[in-house]
Design a protein around this ligand. Structure first.
Ligand SMILES: C[C@H](O)[C@H](O)[C@H]1CNC2=NC(N)=NC(=O)C2=N1
Length: 96
């Protein structure tokens, strides 16, 4: 089922609220580069996000190298950004 895309105003508000996150060049995703103390901390973070993702049925795209995780949030069912991405970014800010 399609999900509503963020309006320009909603997107501006989300970017203001989430300083660690930036808009991908194509405007269809939020990105953040996160750094942790070590691999254990990075993988612990990914585990917490994975549990959220399963509950929310909303899944991140991410790339992990040792203590870094590059996270990309987009809503496939919206072909762009939705409030689900904002909610996930907020959750991530609470556990990072
Ligand atoms: C069938 C299932 O509910 C959908 O494919 C869900 C799963 N996880 C998802 N994750 C993300 N990031 N976007 C989606 O549109 C999405 N859709």
């Amino acid at each position: 089922m399609p999900i509503a895309r963020l309006t320009d105003a909603e997107l501006d508000a989300a970017l203001a609220e989430l300083p660690r996150w930036s808009l991908r060049a194509d405007g269809l995703a939020l990105e953040a580069d996160l750094k942790f103390a070590d691999f254990n901390a990075a993988f612990g973070f990914m585990t917490r996000v994975a549990i959220y993702a399963e509950k929310a049925d909303h899944h991140p795209e991410w790339f992990n190298v040792y203590n870094t995780v590059r996270v990309t949030l987009t809503t496939h069912d919206a072909d762009g950004l939705s409030q689900r991405d904002v909610a996930m970014a907020r959750f991530i800010e609470g556990v990072v």
